[in-house]
Write a protein that binds this ligand. Structure first.
Ligand code: EPU
Length: 440
């Protein structure tokens, strides 16, 4: 646990910031470069820790990675790939990211084997990898459990199989894509995730020579090819970061122009933002989000897979909902355990009660299980300063927003985790007039 901020809130955030490429696409596009026979070039790459983790993992496997940070350009040449000489070298990296599992397909194609260290990531539920494993095994990989992780072997190569995901998982869809593009035969993937980041990954794979078509019913058809080539691509913008800054504008009564934000990827967010009473204006290069004055309105909100309201927007938006008049209902259907962060908001004066039942929407996978995945938020409540500890990446940004909305000085610890997904967040906060200081 590291990083502590002193935040004096009560000042509306106003000004302009820029969002660059999407964390949840860039890391996957970097892994896809392993499949190529030559160099790939990715632009609009943000300076966040997840990019460093993938860079290190690629280098440990023998790939050459040149990263020009200010320009946001990464060049990846697979070269002579190999498994890391010492699996322990992957330890520190795996602990902070779940990306290593996506190396499996490309490495099995290139080397006939892969090693997946025990996985980390945000603590927002069990986050199992059973769907990933089922896909890899169906395609012919054998797994051998070792003390530090999982050794996968596919001596006879990988063969396409029909895949039906039990849930439209983003990671398992990417796993299937990265494995099927070079597998022998045709893969029909049904119940796939269709997030914009996945569509951009498909665009990258198509540039590399893959043959992929997407149907309207969550079915993706992938025709395996024997060789793929390097790509040149500009990442789509980070819609999670854009939504986070929008929520910050609303919760602090501010006005933020988010350069890089793209309407088409944020339709469900924009609808919710408007229903709550936020104002926005869209132009060709960004979106201005602001609090137009007067009361914010309570709403009923359900998170869902695309094209629904993203789970990653939920935490920042809940802070804004504490400032809305009336009772808002939230139903989190993607992760079973993503409402723990509300405890600190309650400590700050918010009226939030969590429930095991599915409230305000359809019954979800967690309805008959013991998970507090619905919430009732009663507002508006002034937020008081507090001494709080960041639980996960998005919860962490929502704590920054809460502290900035509170009148007085808060201390927020474990803030280094926010660097995983928010580029230069301190610099951006200062540009928006926030009183924030790093004290540890
Ligand atoms: N799931 C399984 N088994 C699996 C895989 C997933 O049960 O093998 C379940 C998960 O436990 C979860 C649900 O399926 O309940 C959805 O998980 P998904 O696989 O879609 O998530 P992910 O690929 O692990 C990515 C993002 C997350 C984002 C989710 C949903 C990355 C690196 N992470 O995770 O981003 O919340 O999709 O959109 O792309 C974040 O950026 O803060 C973050 C957590």
């Amino acid at each position: 646990m590291s990083g502590k901020l002193r935040i004096t809130g009560g000042t509306p955030l106003t000004g302009e910031i820029t969002v660059r490429g999407a964390k949840n696409f860039v890391s996957k596009a970097m892994v896809a470069a392993l499949l190529a026979s030559d160099t790939s070039v990715l632009r609009n790459v943000p300076l966040i820790r997840d990019v460093d983790v993938v860079t290190d993992l690629l280098r440990l496997h023998g790939a050459r990675v040149e990263y020009s940070q200010d320009a946001g350009i990464v060049e990846i040449t697979p070269g002579e790939l190999h498994l890391p000489d010492d699996p322990e070298e992957m330890d520190g990296l795996a602990g902070s990211s779940r990306i290593p599992i996506l190396f499996a397909g490309p490495l099995l194609h290139k080397l006939g084997e892969a090693f997946i260290p025990d996985l980390g990531g945000c603590h927002i539920g069990d986050r199992p990898v059973d769907f990933h494993m089922r896909v890899l095994e169906e395609f012919g990989a054998k797994r051998i459990q070792e003390p530090a992780g999982l050794h996968l072997v596919a001596e006879k190569g990988l063969k396409a199989k029909p895949v039906r995901l039990p849930y439209p998982s983003v990671g398992a869809t990417e796993q299937t894509l990265l494995t099927a593009v070079m597998a022998e035969g045709i893969t029909m993937l049904s119940n796939a995730a269709v997030e914009p980041e996945i569509m951009d990954l498909i665009a990258v794979l198509q540039k590399m020579g893959a043959i992929i078509s997407v149907d309207t019913d969550r079915t993706i058809r992938i025709e395996g090819v024997p060789e793929l080539y390097g790509y040149s691509h500009t990442s789509l913008p980070d819609r999670i970061e854009a939504g986070s800054w929008a929520a910050a504008a609303l919760a602090t009564g501010g006005d933020i122009y988010v350069r890089g934000a793209k309407q088409l990827d944020m339709m469900s967010f924009l609808n919710v933002f408007r229903k709550v009473g936020g104002a926005f204006e869209i132009d060709d290069v960004g979106i201005r989000f602001w609090h137009p004055g007067g009361e914010l309105h309570s709403i009923s909100l359900q998170t869902d897979v695309h094209p629904g309201f993203m789970t990653d927007w939920q935490q920042p938006m809940v802070v804004a909902l504490t400032q809305a008049s009336g009772i808002s209902i939230l139903h989190e259907t993607v992760y079973e355990n993503r409402l723990g962060f509300t405890d600190a908001l309650v400590e700050m004066g918010a009226h939030i009660q969590t429930y095991r039942e599915c409230l305000g929407g359809l019954e979800c996978r967690f309805g008959q299980r013991n998970f507090y995945h619905s919430a009732v938020i009663q507002g508006p409540t002034p937020l008081h300063p507090a001494d709080i500890e960041v639980p996960d990446l998005r919860g962490g940004f929502s704590y920054l927003i809460a502290a900035l909305a509170a009148n007085g000085t808060s201390y927020v610890s474990n803030t280094d985790i926010i660097d995983r997904g928010y580029e230069h967040f301190m610099r951006k906060l200062h540009a928006l007039g926030a009183h924030v200081e790093k004290i540890e």
